[in-house]
Design a protein around this ligand. Structure first.
Ligand SMILES: [Zn+2]
Length: 285
């Protein structure tokens, strides 16, 4: 029975994924999200209007072996990849959080992350609207935890964390919810703001600093801080690999937004296990 629910959620997620593709591909830095200008979906190469059976997520791509039915031009792998990712979001977020308000917020967050990554890869910009949206749903989540969230060991209001009992070690003020989230936001602004100013905008853009602040709102302390530190580590490893293998030069820029998303995703799904493994490695606890 539970399996049927998750299969349904996955299929529903792939449908939302096709819309996510449209959102990401119809964005331009000049015009923003223009969704009504083109009407029905069409092949980007020959312009032929797609029939209903060419719009079935994953299925159409597989049947047509990744090519346009009319002009046989190879279609971007982005279509099926985004559809699969959206499907997985609808399965794994409720698996972790159950079916409730926090799961709804995190599904919205991950879908926004996918749109944001598509746009950052294409234009190396992060639209303000997306950062504001992430911060807005983050504030909604803080409100939810404040009014309906659990109580900590001192009877104080606590927010959500993916770090389990390890969150306690890093918390100050006994995990008072507003102080935790303020710390998360401040950490994002200071850590990424410093990287931005010290590298004079070369390590990352100001859009990344705003995204870091929005992640602070969504995750609070210490989760947000871990996610941002992790994104910096993953980005640095990736960047130096490209430099060493001569596939990029020092002055080339790579979009940083997707690394922040990777950091958030790792902490959200594996935060507890990563810290647990780290402590086990050094025989602490
Ligand atoms: Zn075509």
């Amino acid at each position: 029975m539970a399996e049927a629910v998750y299969i349904f959620l996955f299929v529903f997620g792939t449908l939302i994924g096709s819309y996510i593709n449209v959102l990401g591909l119809r964005y331009s830095p000049e015009a923003g999200f223009k969704l009504s200008n083109k009407g029905r979906s069409h092949c980007p190469y020959c312009g032929h209007t797609l029939r209903w059976y060419e719009l079935i997520p994953l299925f159409s791509f597989l049947i047509q072996r990744g090519k346009c039915r009319i002009c046989r031009h190879r279609l971007s792998l982005q279509y099926p990849v985004v559809e699969i990712l959206s499907g997985l979001v609808f399965v794994f977020v409720p698996m972790k959080l159950g079916f409730g308000f926090p799961a709804m917020i995190w599904i919205l967050a991950f879908l926004t992350f996918i749109v944001l990554s598509i746009i950052d890869f294409r234009f190396k910009v992060i639209p303000n609207k997306l950062n504001i949206f992430i911060a807005a749903i983050g504030f909604a989540l803080i409100g939810f935890y404040y009014f309906f969230g659990g109580l900590g060991i001192f009877g104080e209001k606590v927010g959500g964390t993916s770090l389990g009992s390890y969150a306690l070690i890093f918390q100050f003020s006994n995990g008072q919810i507003f102080i935790n989230y303020a710390a998360g936001i401040l950490f994002g602004i200071i850590f990424f703001g410093l990287l931005y100013f010290l590298s004079r905008g070369r390590a990352m853009g100001f859009g990344d600093v705003k995204l870091a602040a929005a992640i602070g709102v969504l995750m609070g302390w210490p989760d947000g801080a871990f996610a941002l530190i992790l994104s910096f580590v993953v980005g640095a490893i990736y960047g130096s690999t490209l430099l060493i293998t001569h596939r990029k030069k020092m002055k080339d820029s790579i979009p940083f937004g997707p690394f922040i998303i990777i950091g958030v995703t790792l902490v959200f799904f594996f935060g507890y296990h990563m810290i647990n493994g780290y402590f086990k490695l050094f025989n602490i606890y």
